[in-house]
Design a protein around this ligand. Structure first.
Ligand code: HEM
Length: 421
């Protein structure tokens, strides 16, 4: 049974929007949190509809409980700036998981604890450290690209996007390289919806993530007994704000860094190839002028919007866009919509690799929680394209991509491609 049509009392829950007309569907039946339209790639006109007709929208009957949707760029900026009224606690996903299955992590904390914990780990993505990582990333990119088959169909997601981001994570944590695929597995488990394939329940996911905890605890012990190093585990083990973290908080912050650095970058790598194929003039512009790579990278991240939303929870009653949001209400900030908001972004529906003010998108969020790894993600994408362009005339998409069943992580499980010299 479709989870969003399951009823546990009246009134009935909203159903999937797949195949429905976005412009005539009654507003109270629009439930963006249902994964259906995201997997079917039918979400964009529903975002347009809400931006036009009800930019601060209340969905009362979702299977995941009632919630607000904030659709406009400026409204999201205002909410993110007001952390006292719109809290990141207890979680930034739509589902309120039982406390025993909730992992504490600084993305889901408010000041001052958020600020202290973020400060402890952000050194790993400081400009000097990124510079140190650049050579290693480039070598890894070259090896991956040089081992790809020519003129033969393969899945870009597995062979490039996943592989590269997994190797990158292993580097950040100084994680045993031969075990690096465990990192991707844990990341997938942490974001999986029970019943959608990978796991059957949150209980099962927690059991798997505890294996992750025990693996990392061993590495933590080793690093804690040595002088401070530049990898993330060593930073957590020695940082004054993190060294005495309770085990579940350590696990939560590990998962944050694993998921943060993994899915999002992976899906931007796949999404970029797809966007360039769907916009051949922009691909040609890039071939003619590789100096556009940095700008194109930002445009790819906007276009893909790898995380469709972040959630906040109201700590008190307040007004937004003429609506009254009540204390305790869930509020979803739809970056996927803000990034297509014509009032903030010129020709927002156009993939335009040399657009003006190209970094002014909301894929990385804004305010105190703005993505800590944004420069690292951009650097990976930049190096990848710097190495793709001299090697291949085209990374040609040869079939329909398969998209993830999620309204939160926007990405792909398959992208069939062929390399043309
Ligand atoms: C936070 C997106 C890559 C680590 C976030 C947020 C978003 C985001 C939307 C929340 C922002 C907010 O609430 O305002 C992305 C995207 C990426 C990416 C689209 C790639 C294209 C990375 C990488 C890392 C990372 C590579 C690895 C270090 C984090 C962390 C936070 C975060 C630690 C929490 C920041 C905080 O709460 O202060 N990211 N991210 N992200 N990201 Fe990323």
């Amino acid at each position: 049974m479709d989870s969003a049509t399951a009823t546990s009392g009246s009134p009935p829950k909203t159903r999937s929007l797949v195949g429905r007309d976005p412009w005539t569907t009654p507003l109270d039946e629009i439930d963006l949190a249902h994964p259906g339209i995201w997997q079917a790639n039918e979400f964009l006109p529903f975002l347009d509809r809400l931006r036009r007709d009800d930019p601060v929208h209340y969905c009362a009957h979702s299977a995941v409980g009632p919630y607000w949707s904030v659709m406009k760029y400026q409204d999201i900026m205002a909410v993110e700036a007001n952390t006292a009224v719109f809290s990141s606690e207890p979680t930034i996903g739509i589902v309120d998981v039982l406390p025993e299955y909730t992992l504490p992590m600084f993305i889901a904390m408010d000041p001052p604890k958020h600020d202290e914990q973020r400060k402890t780990v952000q050194g790993v993505v400081a400009p000097a450290n990124l510079k140190n990582l650049e050579g290693l990333i480039r070598r890894r990119v070259c090896t991956i690209l040089d081992n790809l088959p020519l003129d033969e169909e393969f899945n870009w997601v597995d062979r490039v996007s996943r592989e590269l981001t997994t190797q990158m994570l292993a580097t950040l944590f100084d994680f045993p390289f031969e075990d690096r695929h465990k990192l991707t597995y844990w990341s997938d488990v942490a974001t999986a919806i029970p019943g959608a394939g990978l796991i059957d329940s949150y209980e099962e996911s927690l059991v798997i993530l505890k294996e992750c905890l025990s693996y990392f605890s061993r590495l933590w012990q080793e690093r804690a007994s040595k002088p401070p190093g530049n990898d993330l585990i060593s930073m957590l083990a020695h940082g004054p704000a993190t060294r005495n973290m309770p085990p579940m908080e350590f696990l939560g912050n590990l998962i944050l860094l694993i998921v943060g650095g993994n899915d999002t970058t992976r899906n931007s790598i796949s999404g970029g190839v797809l966007a360039l194929n769907e916009n051949p003039d922009e691909y040609q512009k890039l071939r003619d002028n590789p100096a556009l790579i940095p700008s194109m990278v930002s445009e790819i991240v906007r276009w893909q919007t790898p995380l469709a939303y972040m959630r906040r929870t109201a700590t008190q009653d307040s007004e937004l866009g003429g609506k009254t949001i009540r204390k305790g209400d869930k509020v979803l900030l739809w970056y996927a919509s803000a990034n297509r908001d014509e009032d903030a972004i010129e020709h927002a529906d156009r993939f335009w690799i040399d657009r003006p003010r190209v970094r002014q998108h909301l894929s990385f969020g804004t305010g105190i929680h703005r993505c800590m790894g944004n420069r690292l993600a951009e650097m990976q994408l930049r190096i990848l394209w710097e190495e793709i362009l001299p090697r291949f005339h085209k990374v040609e998409v040869t079939g329909e991509p398969k998209r993830i069943y999620s309204s939160f992580v926007k990405g792909y499980t398959e992208l069939p491609v062929r390399l043309i010299k």
